[in-house]
Design a protein around this ligand. Structure first.
Ligand code: AMP
Length: 304
């Protein structure tokens, strides 16, 4: 396994690996890519396993991207442990770990960037974190240009990110297959996140309310006469039973277009899935989680 710090070296090593693979009759050499901000956990590991199973070459990037953090967000204190990340990468059969510095990725303030406008980012995390998805879309575009993957693996825990990256690839004709992967949870249901280390023991205990609310939503959805608004209200009320929880948003939208959820019921969208998405603060730590419901699950909902 190679740990690579510069863009030039990353390109050169990948070129060489693909040339060697082709010479050895490995046709065509497929590259699977897992972009992360590091401090790896089992969620990241699940993406690495999937990438390893489906590709000849696996590239992991570890880069805490400053441009996707707002001015009052946690860029400086975001957890980092490069040595441990390298170890986990090795255990998962990664071929290349790309770990650039901020100066390597942004040698100067860029003039050209990717912006995500309209309905995909005026809600959920896009609304709470202005500019966040422009930062994500720009860095993912840059990483795609460096790694040139055939497939890229993203976690559904960040469902809006999956929707944005897919649409970006469609709109900009970026020829990368985006592979969404299921959310990995702790045994008690808490979605794994690098930010979970910020939680105090009491916050950690109360944070379970997110998973509990998502689970209960699945039951409430089936109640006769249930409406979208009542469902949303019940989920919010459930979260408020945790005294330390401060709701950022509880939203129901279609997936992957992220349209208002009533469009599912009126049939006014090509989407078939309903996304229940949550962002909740515990102290200074903002956690997100979500659940997707298929048409079979949401079709008993009543129009308001
Ligand atoms: P991050 O390092 O938080 O930027 O995440 C890197 C990738 O890992 C993103 O595609 C995330 O959606 C994914 N990811 C983060 N947490 C989880 C999880 N609990 N389960 C599955 N994927 C995850």
């Amino acid at each position: 396994m190679n740990v690579v710090k510069t863009i030039g070296e990353m390109r050169e090593q990948l070129r060489r690996r693909i040339r060697e693979g082709s010479a050895a009759g490995e046709h065509p050499v497929s590259v699977g890519f897992v972009p992360t901000m590091g401090y790896l956990h089992e969620g990241h590991a699940s993406l690495l396993r999937r990438a390893r199973a489906e590709n000849d070459v696996v590239v992991l990037s570890v880069f805490v991207n400053p441009t996707q953090f707002g001015p009052n967000e946690d860029f400086d204190r975001y957890p980092r442990d490069e040595a441990r990340d390298v170890q986990i990468a090795r255990e998962h059969g990664v071929d290349f770990v790309f770990m650039p510095t901020v100066a390597e990725m942004y040698p100067e303030k860029p003039t050209v960037q990717v912006t995500v406008s309209g309905g995909l980012t005026d809600k959920l995390c896009g609304k709470s974190r202005p500019g966040h998805f422009d930062g994500v879309a720009t860095v993912v575009t840059k990483l795609f240009q460096i790694v040139k993957p055939h497939r890229a693996y993203f976690g559904m825990k960040d469902a809006q990110q999956v929707a944005v990256i897919r649409k970006m690839c469609a709109d900009l004709n970026i020829d990368v297959e985006i592979v969404p992967c299921p959310t990995v949870r702790e045994p008690d249901g808490l979605a794994l996140s690098s930010r979970n280390v910020y939680l105090s023991p009491e916050e950690r205990r109360q944070a379970l309310v997110l998973y509990r609310a998502l689970e209960k939503a699945g039951d409430w959805l089936r109640l006769p006469g249930m409406t979208l608004e009542e469902l949303r209200e019940r989920v919010a009320a459930e979260i408020r039973t945790a005294p330390l929880a401060v709701i950022d948003y509880v939203e129901l939208v279609t997936f992957p277009s992220l349209l208002p959820a009533d469009r599912l019921i009126t049939g006014d969208t090509g989407d078939t899935e309903l996304l229940l998405a949550l962002a909740v603060k515990f102290g200074a730590t903002r956690l997100i989680d979500n659940r997707l419901f298929s048409k079979e699950e949401w079709q008993t909902l009543k129009q308001e």
